[in-house]
Design a binder for this molecule. Structure first.
Ligand code: LRH
Ligand code: MN
Length: 397
């Protein structure tokens, strides 16, 4: 079935593939039309870390957890040491620190882009604290997403807000230490529906470059208009050495935050292909942070996360099977069909037997989802957490 070189390529790819899990993916999240409470959902940071550790135990590819300031560090930097030792005790590490500049009432008209200097200063101080937590927790990335924007024409001075963002991102960059990075995530709309201050990759790469060498761009797959060619943006960011990370999810319409590869697995494959092809061509390993960013409103949160990592492993493995030299040759002589089929042939390969081989070599369950169902973990956390979750629930108005 697979040649030795194909087997080696897939096993090598699986050995280095790591995808970070979002703490918020284990909590009861909803849409603006409400939340459907899951009795087993995690509420405390400890429960989120334990759930993430369970997914890592079953899949072997997600040793770090992305955390969100207000959701996971209610007492700010004071929580850093305890939370990072708790994570280690669970068998994972604290990953990217996500400041939260969209919940507090003061941020109604923005954070870094707010016309009120006091609010801008508060936002910068919050990011400073995030950098301090990153240092305390041994995390490398401060992952920045801003809901900043406006809903109606004429209500915001877009050029002035751009200047404030440049100033504050430069100020934050100056606070980073060691190998720390700041990742600038863009999003075209929601919650703002007229303009968003960091609305696309062009604005993000400008702000990152303007801030300094530690600043890179983060691509959230759900943050694109449907017609946009995401892998072309990825190829550009790679070519510019400005690609810092991903938030993976899937969508049918907008930022739906559905499970990765559930709607368009070939999209994720094309992204992984651009990275693998770049690494083959440059004989370098791209310094990219892969992270899941999903909200599981209907699927069981643990099963959805395990399903996501299993899908990610498959798509990453398939991309490692593209015959890059045949592809480069076909591209060079404009042999369109041969070039295209280099991708289609790799995507069509069933890599699951090789992944099973990798799992048994790593003493991991051959079928993580089934192993989870047989583990009794869900029944146990449901018993532990149901009473607390019953009390939750939320209506839009
Ligand atoms: C914004 C976003 C951002 C997060 C949030 C949970 O849509 O993608 O990355 O902070 O989701
Ligand atoms: Mn995101």
């Amino acid at each position: 079935m697979f040649s030795t070189s194909q087997t080696e390529a897939v096993l090598a790819a699986l050995n280095r593939f790591k995808i970070e899990l979002p703490s918020w993916g284990f909590a009861n999240t909803g849409t603006r039309f409400g939340k459907y409470i899951q009795p087993a959902a995690a509420t405390t940071t400890e429960e989120k870390l334990r759930d993430a550790a369970k997914v890592h135990e079953l899949t072997g590819s997600c040793p770090t957890v992305a955390v969100h300031m207000q959701w996971d560090f209610p007492n700010g930097a004071a929580d850093a040491a305890r939370t990072s030792s708790l994570a280690r005790e669970c068998g994972v590490e604290i990953g990217a620190i996500n400041p939260n500049l969209f919940q507090d009432q003061e941020y109604k008209h923005g954070s870094f882009g707010n016309p009120d200097a006091a609010v801008r200063a508060k936002a910068l101080a919050h990011c400073q604290e995030s950098a301090a937590i990153a240092t305390a927790a041994g995390s490398r990335d401060i992952s920045l997403w801003f809901a900043d924007g406006s809903n109606y024409p004429g209500t915001a001075n877009i050029r002035q807000r751009k200047k404030w963002f440049e100033e504050n991102l430069q100020a934050l960059h100056a606070m980073l230490t060691g190998d720390q990075r700041m990742l600038v995530e863009y999003k075209p709309f929601e919650p703002a529906f007229y303009h968003t201050d960091i609305g696309d990759w062009g604005m993000a790469i400008h702000f990152a470059r303007n801030a300094g060498s530690r600043a890179k761009v983060l691509v959230d797959t759900g943050h694109h208009y449907l017609a946009q060619n995401i892998e072309q943006i990825v190829a550009w960011l790679l070519s510019e050495q400005m690609l810092g990370g991903f938030h993976f999810n899937d969508r049918r319409y907008a930022d739906d935050d559905l499970t990765m590869g559930s709607i368009d697995p070939y999209q994720v494959f094309r992204i992984f292909h651009e990275i693998a092809f770049y690494e083959w061509e440059t004989s370098t390993e791209a310094d990219i942070g892969y992270t899941v960013d999903q909200s599981h409103n209907l699927k069981g949160k643990m099963e959805a996360m395990i399903q996501t990592v299993v899908m990610a492993q498959q798509l990453f493995a398939k991309a490692a099977l593209v015959d890059h030299s045949a592809l480069a040759k076909a591209q060079g002589c404009c042999d369109l069909v041969r070039a295209e089929t280099c991708l289609q042939d790799a995507f069509a390969l069933d890599v699951r037997p090789l992944i099973s081989e990798w799992r048994s070599a790593k003493k991991l369950p051959l079928d993580p989802l089934n192993a989870f169902r047989e583990s009794g973990y869900l029944e146990r956390i449901t018993k532990e957490r149901a009473s607390r979750n019953q009390a939750a629930g939320g209506s839009y108005a």
